[in-house]
Design a protein around this ligand. Structure first.
Ligand code: MN
Ligand code: MN
Length: 469
């Protein structure tokens, strides 16, 4: 009934932005594909709860797909697939494109660490007949989330002889779990008066791991001794080995569907393995790209991207330098002509907490992958800010590929803020924008994403890896 539209309606249709499309634009077939995709994603999430596990899981997928360990100095040709494992905690992998590296590459960079509770080096202790592990939390957590949650122990212990043991307790059926205890409400009058930030003392985040003593009249700290005996029997480690270990506790259990309609996924660690997984799947499927595409899984984003496995490390630059050197191409040329999707999550609008976000500039669940021009805090401090030119390029790319997308900011002006790896890649003179999945309850032990958004993010990375200009 076009002829019945008023002039104003037609004008509005032509020149006003109506906002992003939502779930209703997804066909049944598309939704089925999104649901299928999410089944594999849930398996990945459940198996990869730490950066080391994410690297191990990804390496087995890459090797299966024919990726080879990267050799510096080798002249790679179109279609070659390589990976560089940085200390089992971060990873770079690439598929060589048809164009020369001097035309730049496509970088998809996510992080594979998540907020959690690490063990202290001197960890094992006993108090009044109970054995505990002392901890030091990692990343941005709300402390009240963690007490009374079933927890699993993950990580590695490196012995003096150089051998390494992988530890996982609390995930297999029949495994015990651990926990941080909390005060009963009957005696919590004083605790409940405190602001949430003060109610829980992270120094007292002691993980309860046992209660039975080793039967010996003369030994002291018999419960601690008994727990060390169990660690020794299972893993062949002694207490001193905790000094050269990376052990962490994370929520126990599997990723699972949320909602009667099973439209969402609830899990620990969506941030940011949801972007790692979607970029991995896209990279695997684009086997003969126009531009070389490079996927990066970084560690330490949740604590500021420091260290030799974080995005501030030179490992990506060195990789590109080594890739380009055999062709006599300076890495600065490669980087200056490259484009990057900094693949990270953003907050989803939560109707329960509308006050912290400005609705028209906040991502909504089921409205697709979210493009975030800038993050940071205050007056756009501490962030990459994607150029208008690059935003236009991304809009066109996703629009042409029929990807469901939206834009979002991280909260109202001056309410808070955050950052991603974007600024560290932009510093290398790469056009960079943040792009990823909107999340409810970000950084909580149980974060929620929508299957439509996960699938749309995968499709966005695929369009990027396939891009021809
Ligand atoms: Mn993140
Ligand atoms: Mn985060």
């Amino acid at each position: 009934m076009d002829e019945q539209k008023t002039k104003g309606q037609m004008l509005a249709e032509n020149i006003l932005y109506e906002g992003p499309d939502g779930a209703e634009t997804f066909t049944e077939e598309e939704y089925q594909r999104a649901d299928d995709f999410s089944q594999d994603y849930k398996r990945f999430l459940t198996r990869a709860k730490t950066e080391r596990e994410a690297v191990a899981e990804t390496l087995s997928i890459l090797e299966e797909a024919g990726y080879q360990p990267f050799e510096a100095g080798k002249q790679y040709v179109s279609g070659d697939r390589v990976y560089l494992n940085n200390r089992n905690k971060s990873l770079v992998f690439a598929t060589i494109g048809r164009r020369p590296l001097s035309d730049g590459v496509r970088i998809m960079a996510s992080h594979i660490d998540s907020p959690r509770i690490d063990l202290k080096p001197h960890s094992l202790m006993e108090d009044t007949g109970l054995a505990y592990l002392r901890t030091h939390y990692y990343g941005g957590i709300k402390k009240f989330h963690w007490p009374t949650l079933p927890l699993a122990l993950h990580g590695v212990v490196c012995r003096r002889d150089g051998s390494t043991v992988n530890v996982t307790i609390g995930e297999a059926p029949g495994d015990p779990v651990f926990c941080i205890t909390d005060l009963l409400p009957h005696l919590a009058k004083e605790q409940e008066k405190k602001p949430a930030e003060k109610a829980f003392d992270a120094e007292k985040f002691h993980i309860l791991i046992g209660s039975l003593p080793f039967k010996d009249d003369k030994a002291s700290e018999k419960v601690k001794l008994n727990m060390m005996r169990l660690f020794h029997e299972k893993y062949g480690i002694v207490e001193g080995d905790f000094l050269s270990a990376e052990l962490t506790v994370v929520p126990a259990g599997s990723a699972r569907d949320v909602g009667l309609d099973q439209s969402m996924i609830g899990s620990y660690g969506h941030d940011d393995r949801v972007c790692a997984y979607t970029s991995l799947k896209a990279a695997l499927e684009v086997a003969s790209p126009e531009f070389t595409h490079v996927t990066v899984f970084a560690d330490k984003e949740e604590t500021g991207s420091d260290g030799n496995t974080g995005m501030k490390s030179a490992f990506l630059r060195y990789f590109l330098e080594d890739l380009a050197a055999p062709f006599g191409i300076p890495v600065r040329t490669v980087l200056s002509r490259s484009k990057c999707f900094s693949a990270d999550v953003n907050c989803a609008y939560d109707p329960t907490y509308p006050d912290v976000t400005e609705k028209s500039n906040t991502a909504q669940l089921n409205h697709g992958v979210v493009i975030t021009k800038y993050t940071g805090s205050g007056g756009k401090g501490g962030t990459n800010d994607a150029s208008a030119e690059y935003m236009a390029w991304v809009r066109a790319l996703l629009g042409d590929a029929g990807v469901l997308w939206q834009t979002g900011e991280l909260g109202k002006v001056d309410v808070g803020g955050g950052g991603t790896v974007a600024k560290f890649i932009a510093e290398l003179n790469v056009d960079t924008v943040d792009l990823g999945v909107p999340v409810l309850s970000m950084h909580a032990p149980f974060e929620v994403v929508s299957k439509i958004d996960v699938y749309s993010t995968y499709r966005a990375f695929k369009a990027f890896a396939e891009s021809r200009k």
